[in-house]
Ligand binder design. Sequence first.
Ligand code: G3I
Length: 380
Amino acid sequence: MLSRRQTLAGSAGFLAALATASGNRASASRVEGRVPYGACVNIAPLQDEAEYRAALESYCQQLTPEYGLYWDYLRPTRDQFNFDYGDKVLAFAEANEMLMRGHTLVWYAAMPEWTKQISSAAEAERELAIHIERVVSRYRGKVKTWHVVNEPIEETKGKAPGLRPSIWLRYLGDRYIDTAFRLAHQADPSAELILNDYDIECVGENFAARRQALATLVRDLLGRGVPLHGVGLQGHLRGKYQIDSDGVTGFVAEMKSLGLSVHVTELDVIDADLPPEVSSRDAMVAARAHDFLAAVFAGARPEVIATWGITDRYTWLNNGKSARPDGRPARPLPFDYDYSPTPAFFAERDAIDSRRTAAQPGSDPYAPFNPAGVPHPEQD
Ligand code: G3I
C-alpha cells in the first residue's frame, strides 16, 4: 500500500500508482455495478498533455467534448461542419473503451454569427433539421446519449421562470423543444435523448422555482409524446449555498417515477464566494459535492456522474463572471492544477462507490471502491 505522501505526491506519483496497481488504466475504475464516471474534455490538453490523457484513461468511462459540438465551433459558416474536435474525442474514447456523450444539439448560447440572419420560422426549422440530422447521423450508434436541448429554462429572479429566449423560441415557439427531440430521434432511434439544465440543486426560492419549471416542462413534453428519455442535472453547484437535499431527492424521484433516466452531467463547485484559504475551501467544495450526490442517489440511481472537466487546470471557472474576484485559481474539480486528488475526489468517489449494486455474488456493495489502494484522507 502506498503511503499517503507517496500516493498524493502529485500527478506522476498518483496516476502511476493507479496505472501500476490496475494494469490497464481504463479498467481500474470500471467495476461491475458502479455508476460510470465521466468528464468533459478540452481538446488542447487531450492532444498535448500526457498527464491529462492519463487522468481521463485512469478514471473515466464517459467523455463529453467541452465545446467541440457547439454550433459556433461546428459551424463557423452556414455550410461548414467542423467535426475535428468531436471526432478526436470519439477516437480517444473508443480507444479506451469509453462512451462519448453528445453536448449539445440546441442551446441559446455559442451560436455563430451567421445564425443572426435567420429571419423566419421556416428557415429556423430548416436549419434546425439540417443541423440535428447531420450531427446525430454522423455519430449514429456511437454517441449513445445526446444532450438534445441545453438550458431551456430562463434565468429566474424569484418568479416562476418560463422558457429562455433564443432564436428557436422566437421563431418556433415553445414547440422548438418537441421538434428538436423528434428530429434527434429520427436521426438515431437508438440514442438516449435528454434535457439538460442547471441551478436546481440549492436551497433558495429561485432554485425551487427552476426545479418546478423543469419538472413541469418534462411532464408537458411527455404528455405530448415527445421522445424524451432522461434529464440531465448539470450540477454546477454554487458553493455558497446549501444543497436542497429534499428538493433534489424529490425532483430526481419524480423523474424516475415518470420513467426517465437521471444524469449528473457537469458537476463542479463554484467556489468564487468561498474563503481563499485552500484547505477550508476544499472541504466546503467536497461537502457540497457529497451532499448533492447523496441527494441524487436518494432519489434514483443516476446513469452517470460526470464532472465538467477533470482537473482545475482547465476549468471554465477560471474565466468569465464565475471566476473568483480575488483572482485565485478556482478549485472545483476532483484533481487540482497539479493532478493531485482533492477532497472533492474522495467525496465524489465515495458517493459513487459506496452505492454499487451487488453485481458480484457475495460482494459488499458498500465496500469503498479502491483499485489502487489510494488511502482516504483520514487514513495514513
Ligand atoms: O480556445 C478556443 C479557440 O482555439 C477556438 O478557435 C475557438 C473557436 O470557437 O474557441 C476557443 O475556445 C473557447 C473555449 O471556451 C475555451 O475554453 C470557446 O470559443 C468557448 O465557447 C468556450 O466556452 C465554453 C462555454 O460553455 C460557452 O458558453 C466553455 O469552454 C464551457 O466549459 C462552457 O460550458 C457550459 C456548458 O456547455 C453548459 N453548461 C454551463 C457550462 C459553463 O458555462
